[in-house]
Design a protein around this ligand. Structure first.
Ligand SMILES: Cc1cc2nc3c(=O)[nH]c(=O)nc-3n(C[C@H](O)[C@H](O)[C@H](O)COP(=O)(O)OP(=O)(O)OC[C@H]3O[C@@H](n4cnc5c(N)ncnc54)[C@H](O)[C@@H]3O)c2cc1C
Length: 429
């Protein structure tokens, strides 16, 4: 018997699932596929949803992306920095303490050494405790807490530590001491080398793959009757399914369902995420900074991170200009004023990078991303496990960034889609 498996959401998880299940249909709310890896065409340029780069190492995956994008730029050494209260501090700060004022440097180094000798991060109950155990008080307060406030919009003590692997480098005392005394010969970063398409933005890596699958855009899920195996969409359409792979945000899925145990509804409502306002700025001045991207720690500056697109793909962009893609975050339960955010971002960047926000700016555009990062709040994983177990029991397989409410890189999202397709097929036997 043929089993009808449908896929909700055409991000990379949906793509991975669809390619594993030939003949399946993907239903996508927006007017384009891609989810977070989509690149928005504005003023003749492509801007991503946040600073996307490819740092995957799997040769098969990398070959596939290179073939898709055609012309690809490879950076063997990423140039990354931090802006902190008027200083450029090489990334990551703990390995480059000599970039800090001398009194702060001595204090931070002393505390890092004490922290490393006394503490054990494996028992840290939350992100605050983990940072203090890794870095000591000065670095935690001056850098990590300040950045967390603007980036995660959540108190450090309310955050879990299960997201840190692959995002933050564990501290190595020898490197920290070296970096406090003399420059480290190697600029260490979580991603030292990376690839980026020469044209078309990050989405160029995936666009040809979407032409191989059946994606129906403009289909936003509005109702799920799981006993009847029916899904309805805001455009009035309705489809039947035997199995369903869902990559849409868990709370949205649960709210759309007709029969849900109270505990599962409550679990779904505890899940928090950030929204992102990407402010894209074209400045009529070249080479403002040498970095591929940089982080801004200062709490009074809204922008958390700036990707300098003109340093990634200079040959593909108009000469004599700096093209900046910036990220500002808000929590899902915070209101914001878009125009005020854009205006402040340009003024703050002008001050940091040395351009006049009135005279030198050619254009300012934006990309609003309602769901940016899932926030790793304490208790989040247990809630997701309960929701997932219930959904899988009724033949709905949640997968991907917002299906599992846990950060994944783009290659991991695609792999999660493939794995979900295997799970769906296994349920039939
Ligand atoms: C700011 C940011 C920067 C990142 N940078 C990198 C990077 O540098 N390198 C890297 O490898 N990865 C990066 N990632 C991670 C990567 O982009 C994601 O993990 C991946 O794209 C997630 O794919 P997904 O399919 O699971 O989810 P999504 O991309 O969120 O796809 C879900 C889809 O479901 C659709 N949808 C939502 N609700 C409904 C509904 N009700 N009905 C129908 N459809 C719906 C959405 O429109 C979306 O298309 C970044 C992520 C973010 C947020």
């Amino acid at each position: 018997m043929h089993t009808n498996t449908i896929i909700l959401g055409a991000g990379l998880t949906g793509l991975g699932a669809a390619r594993e299940l030939p003949g399946s249909v993907v239903y996508e709310a927006k007017d384009h596929p891609g989810g977070h890896v989509y690149s928005h065409h504005q003023g003749g340029l492509h801007f991503d949803e946040g600073a996307h780069i490819c740092h995957a190492k799997d040769p098969e995956w990398v070959e596939l992306l290179k073939k898709n994008a055609g012309d690809v730029v490879r950076m063997d050494q990423s140039l990354v920095s931090n802006w902190w209260h008027g200083h450029w501090v090489t990334y990551p700060v703990q390995n480059h303490l000599r970039d800090l004022p001398v009194d702060l440097r001595i204090r931070a180094l002393t505390e890092v050494v004490e922290a490393q000798v006394q503490s054990n991060t494996s028992t840290a109950a939350n992100y605050e405790a983990w940072c203090l155990a890794q870095y000591g008080e000065t670095l935690t307060e001056q850098f990590y807490r300040e950045y967390t406030t603007k980036y995660w919009r959540t108190p450090m003590a309310d955050m879990d530590v299960d997201w840190l692997a692959g995002r933050l480098l564990p501290s190595q005392l020898q490197r920290i001491i070296h970096g406090a005394i003399a420059p480290l010969d190697e600029k260490q970063s979580v991603f030292s080398s990376f690839l980026y398409p020469a044209r078309g933005g990050f989405f160029a890596f995936f666009a040809p793959l979407y032409r191989e699958v059946d994606v129906r855009t403009g289909f936003q899920v509005s109702g799920v009757r799981h006993r009847d195996r029916k899904i309805t969409f805001t455009n009035g359409e309705q489809v039947s399914f035997d199995r369903c792979i869902s990559t849409i945000p868990l709370p949205d899925l649960i709210r759309a369902m007709d029969e849900v145990p109270d505990g599962i509804r409550d679990d779904a409502e505890t899940l928090r995420h950030t929204s992102m306002i990407g402010v894209n700025v074209v400045v009529n001045k070249p080479s403002l900074v040498p970095w591929h991207w940089f982080y801004i720690y200062d709490a009074d500056i809204d922008v958390s991170r700036v990707k300098v697109l003109s340093n990634l793909i200079p040959e593909s962009l108009p000469p004599g200009k700096s093209v900046l893609q910036t990220e500002v975050f808000r929590r899902d339960d915070e209101a914001y004023d878009l125009e005020a955010i854009k205006k402040k971002a340009v003024v703050d960047l002008g001050r940091i990078m040395g351009f006049d926000p009135e005279q030198d700016v050619e254009s300012v555009s934006h990309v609003e991303v309602s769901h940016a990062y899932t926030i790793p709040t304490l208790g989040r994983q247990a809630a997701v496990d309960r929701i997932t177990a219930w959904l899988e029991g009724i033949g709905i397989i949640p997968a991907g960034l917002y299906g599992k409410w846990k950060y994944v890189w783009s290659d991991q999202a695609y792999a999660a889609g493939k794995a979900a397709a295997q799970t769906a097929m296994a349920l039939d036997h």
